[in-house]
Design a binder for this molecule. Structure first.
Ligand code: SF4
Length: 218
């Protein structure tokens, strides 16, 4: 297959100041977590984050850099000046010469759309660089070894564009947004730093902590 001329369209330095594609995923998981991590530099590893990093290190061990030399490209640098994001694609396949991005994720299929938006943002980067339409991609779930195809519908493209705009607004805020308690807080590695129960329901926590130190009635 003739190598695609990706390099001239993907300047290595131009998008360096843009936030990474993964910040879109963070934002849709939790805006507060995204702010704490991306603006305040707070990061705590837990089993989920460590295994995720290891999976990606394995995927990126084989790199094609900025050049597509075969039927697949790994570790491809991507940038979108329209969305003002940049990053690295885990894997891009080219069935019939059409780019098909594949993002590796550790967990089972998620119930929220953060992975799909991150993948769609990769597609928009590829479209901007190559001037082609990227109709679909896939999320590869490492634990179940199953691929889930993701069509880049008009609705998903619109959500991705709105998420990128929200991300840039978030990164300009002076303080972190308030926590919103959700069941996903339980698996969040920043839980001990964020203290969502304390901030989201301070009265109950104050009452509980006061009762700890109240002298027992004589
Ligand atoms: S603990 Fe919950 S509210 Fe706090 S950063 Fe994590 S997901 Fe967001």
């Amino acid at each position: 297959m003739t190598p695609l001329p990706l390099s001239p369209s993907l300047p290595a330095a131009d998008g360096d100041e843009y936030p990474p594609l993964s910040a879109l995923n963070d934002l849709l998981f939790c805006a507060r977590r995204c702010y704490l991590h991306r603006v305040e530099g707070v990061w705590v590893e837990n089993a989920h984050t460590l295994t995720g990093s290891l999976d990606h290190r394995r995927v990126h061990a084989v790199k094609d850099g900025d050049l597509v030399t075969g039927r697949t490209a790994r570790g491809l640098r991507l940038v979108s000046h329209a969305l003002r994001v940049q990053g690295v694609a885990d894997l891009v396949e080219f069935p019939g010469g059409v780019p098909f991005p594949v993002e590796y994720k550790r967990g089972k299929r998620r119930t929220w759309d953060n992975d799909d938006v991150q993948l769609c943002a990769q597609a928009l980067c590829l479209e901007e660089a190559l001037g082609v339409t990227v109709p679909a991609g896939a999320v590869f779930h490492v634990l179940s070894k199953r691929r889930r195809d993701v069509p880049f519908t008009p609705a998903l493209r619109e959500l991705t564009r709105r998420s990128a705009a929200r991300l840039h607004e978030l990164l300009r805020l002076a303080t972190a947004p308030a926590p919103v308690l959700h069941k996903k807080c339980r698996q969040c590695s920043l839980h001990a730093v964020c203290l969502p129960e304390l901030i989201a329901a301070p009265r109950e926590y104050l009452r509980a902590s006061e009762s700890l130190f109240r002298a027992p009635a004589p």
